[in-house]
Design a protein around this ligand. Structure first.
Ligand code: GCW
Length: 679
């Protein structure tokens, strides 16, 4: 009788040892046989390629795979070719990407095709908003994996190295080849030798995985840490200071990527403080990088408290300089004209700057999309953005094409995503937030992939310890993929449908706060600035008779957006201030339509709960209950969003909430006092 108890205990101990914390991401090793690898060269990168094949091989036992580096004109950058017996590329990184693709195809049960795969962008970069004290701006997954506070903050431990290597591997597996290691609100300390030593240590680990390190820098560093009296970009001492600093960095890190700069934005210093322009500032730095092949990513996220319409400012400030930037400057533009909202039209700078390299900045961390509490799969949002038609060079001028070099001869092409990675065991706070990291990398490699394809891959790879049977396919993969694919629209519905934007309470950007406008806070940081609700109607008038933001778009978009009858309803209140009884395409008055969207959003999340509860038999208990618990919270908060917004706007619309929509369960007064994060 004793033996079974003993063995049950052993089994329990083993299960416990393998408690599923999500740390393995989409990289679950599952070698099912041996593979012979033939490769004429050897190097650290190729050693990783071999190791990965041996570790995760799922093809024919004893098969041979040949890795060949040779010039192939059909291949671009780190692109690769899959052949019947192996992988061919121009570069070692190309081989590594080919290996990951080969393994991904095996693991997702696909036949290995004979294909060429070229990256859409030369540089595929994560932006970490990590501070040297280990905190992360807009981070929801714990502290930084790169930086740590305290006396021994700069000591490099074995744990650090293991984590950085896992990080490098995960990124390389999805084609990411660059990472900015610190916050764009940059501490000047980042350029001190202590910090740079740490950057070197990280860069050394990233290198064999084909990943370059980049840094965000503060424009006033010459005066803050260099002892100079000014940081004027045209001052010879300042110019020399930057040149010397960049040279020092390359002494430590020979393949350093470059700088990312937030200048004259939200209180950050910049060239305008010295009467100079964005071009003066960016070019001065770009010249310092020229001898080393580095680049400067200069952000276009600028707006001033007094402008009539924040959405117009980046375009107004940057368009006059089109063609004046050095060829190693890339202007980094957020996807929308305001700020990573649940839905925005694309920024009109895409395609408009024809003589300047422009790159998109996406936000993987869910600052405005439910932090790491809400299950929101962001690929549909990015797909919508990348496929948006700009009409800049006629039909087919999608945002993707305005940035990937296929429309304009950009010297450099790139795309950035603000990372959602921290020290949490599962890296991203929410198991499903891993899908957003994954999706960013996959889209950066191939901007034509669909969010459906990416979700399918990610689910198979991430939950592949569950047997891939028809049963699993029908009862886990299909319904969960459906949750993912509808999750972003659900969030838009219960947060900000029909073109509403920036109606968050306070600076945490989590809960609803259409009323939020404390005295002394900049107007363009308060929701009433954006929704403009009054007894007549609601929405921001950006038409020709309003702020005229519509004119920043190329025809036919200007006309399309300018007329409420032709403006896509998803952007209606972004571009128009309309009466509460404005007749929508559905025939319903605007107020009723708003109510319907909020009601639908809440219903969608409730449905996600049901679907998730049903998949319990198909998934490990740890991840099942972690996601279940987050969905409960998401439901409560979707309810709060709906109630708060409807009850608040009802004060202006003075109309009943249609009776086929669930009644609010909260009182507005209570919600106005509460911090939703605690509910
Ligand atoms: O959306 C705002 C964020 C800030 C961020 C800024 C930016 C890093 O609220 O936290 O600062 O955007 O992108 O610079």
């Amino acid at each position: 009788m004793k033996a079974p108890v003993y063995s049950i205990m052993l089994i329990l101990a083993a299960i416990n040892l393998h408690a599923e914390d999500g740390h393995s991401l989409w990289l679950r090793s599952k070698s099912t046989g041996s593979v012979n690898i033939m490769c004429a060269k050897s190097s650290p990168a190729l050693a990783i390629a071999r190791q990965e094949l041996e570790h995760s091989w799922q093809g024919k036992d004893g098969a041979t795979i040949v890795l060949t580096i040779k010039k192939d004109k059909a291949l671009k950058g780190d692109g690769f070719r899959l052949t019947t017996n192996g992988i061919q590329a121009n570069t070692e990184s190309g081989i590594l990407y080919g290996v990951y693709e080969w393994l991904r195809l095996q693991q997702t049960g696909q036949v290995i095709p004979e294909v060429i795969s070229n990256p859409s962008y030369e540089r595929r970069i994560l932006n970490h908003w990590d501070n040297p004290d280990g905190s992360i701006e807009r981070g929801y997954a714990g502290l930084s994996i790169f930086w740590r506070e305290g006396e021994n903050g700069f000591a490099i431990t074995e744990n650090d190295k293991v984590l950085w290597q896992e990080y490098a591997r995960a990124n390389a597996s999805i084609g990411i080849n660059g990472t900015v290691l610190n916050n764009v609100n940059a501490s000047p300390l980042i350029l001190t030798s202590e910090c740079l030593e740490r950057v070197k240590a990280v860069a050394d680990i990233l290198r064999p995985y084909g990943i370059k390190a980049y840094l965000s820098v503060k424009f006033s560093s010459p005066s803050l840490i260099g002892g100079l009296e000014t940081s004027d970009p045209l001052n010879p001492d300042v110019i020399n200071w930057w040149k010397a600093k960049v040279k020092d960095i390359y002494g430590l890190i020979p393949d350093f990527g470059g700088f990312l700069i937030k200048a004259n934005s939200e209180g950050q210093p910049g060239p305008q403080d010295f009467g100079r322009t964005h071009a003066d500032g960016a070019n001065m730095m770009a010249d310092a990088f020229k001898p080393f092949g580095g680049i400067v990513m200069w952000r276009a996220f600028v707006y001033s408290p007094n402008s009539e319409d924040r959405a117009c400012q980046a375009y107004d400030e940057f368009m006059p300089f089109d063609g004046q930037f050095r060829d190693n400057v890339i202007i980094q533009v957020k996807n929308g004209p305001v700020d990573f909202q649940p839905r925005e039209p694309f920024s009109p700078l895409f395609g408009a700057m024809k003589k300047t390299s422009v790159m998109a900045e996406l936000q993987i961390t869910q600052e405005y999309l439910g932090h790491s509490i809400h299950l929101v799969y962001l690929a549909p949002m990015w797909e919508e953005f990348l496929k948006s038609e700009t009409y800049q060079e006629g039909e087919g001028s999608t945002v993707a094409r305005t940035t990937d070099g296929s429309l304009f001869p950009q010297k450099h092409t790139a795309i950035a995503g603000v990372a959602n990675i921290g020290l949490d065991a599962n890296w991203c706070g929410h198991h499903f937030a891993q899908a957003n990291w994954y999706a960013f990398g996959r889209l950066a490699w191939d901007n034509q992939l669909t969010s459906e394809e990416i979700a399918d891959e990610w689910l198979k790879l991430t939950f592949s310890d569950v047997s891939v049977s028809k049963d699993w396919h029908d009862n886990f993969l299909t319904p969960v993929k459906q949750i993912m694919l509808s999750s972003r629209e659900a969030a838009v519905n219960y947060m900000m449908p029909l073109g509403f934007h920036h109606i968050f309470a306070a600076d945490h950007h989590y809960g609803p706060g259409p009323w939020w406008a404390p005295k002394g806070v900049r107007k363009d940081w308060t929701p009433p600035y954006y929704h403009r609700a009054d007894t007549f109607g609601v929405g921001f008038d950006r038409t020709k008779s309003g702020s005229n933001a519509v004119c920043q778009y190329h025809e036919p978009l200007t006309s399309l957006f300018n007329d409420p009858e032709t403006c896509p309803e998803i952007y209606l209140l972004w571009f128009h201030h309309l009466p509460w009884d404005y007749k929508m395409k559905s025939g319903r008055p605007l107020w009723d339509e708003i109510c319907k969207h909020y009601g639908t959003g809440l219903q969608q999340v409730r449905q996600f709960q049901i679907v998730w509860d049903k998949v319990e038999p198909y998934i490990d208990a740890d991840r099942f209950s972690a996601v279940q618990s987050k969905l409960r919270k998401q439901c409560r908060h979707a309810q709060i969003w709906k109630d708060a917004c409807l009850l608040y706007f009802q004060q202006f619309s003075r109309k009943p909430i249609p009776y086929d929509i669930e009644r609010p369960v909260y009182d507005l007064d209570d919600l106005m006092k509460a911090d939703m994060r605690t509910l």
